[in-house]
Ligand binder design. Sequence first.
Ligand SMILES: [Zn+2]
Length: 128
Amino acid sequence: MLKAFIARRRAWLARLIGRIRGDRGLVMVTVVEERPQHPRGNRLYVTANGGKASFAVMRCPCGCGDSLNLRFVGSRRPIWTLKSLDGPATLRPSIWRTSGCQSHFFLTDGEIIWCRHDAFAADELSDS
Ligand SMILES: [Zn+2]
């Protein structure tokens, strides 16, 4: 409980500092053979098969340093859709972490659009 509270405060502070510094770097799609162990910021690393996105990893944009793993194929939820395999990334639905920093955001045209909890229906990203 306290740990989650501290993580949320830290995430909020990181977002605030980012805004003050004017961090407006867009998240760009980068197609890779293998997802990197330590993804860099402002990149959505995507593995593709037959021209279609399979999996992706990105660094959590809140500044907590965690990697977020996303799935575009299969029947197990949550599952996301990626608009295009190049350029600025657009994902649907939003990404909502249920552990750690609890970040909840949309990624649209490469921009992180932060959500307040309970504001939108979204698939949840667990850390299993
Ligand atoms: Zn985070």
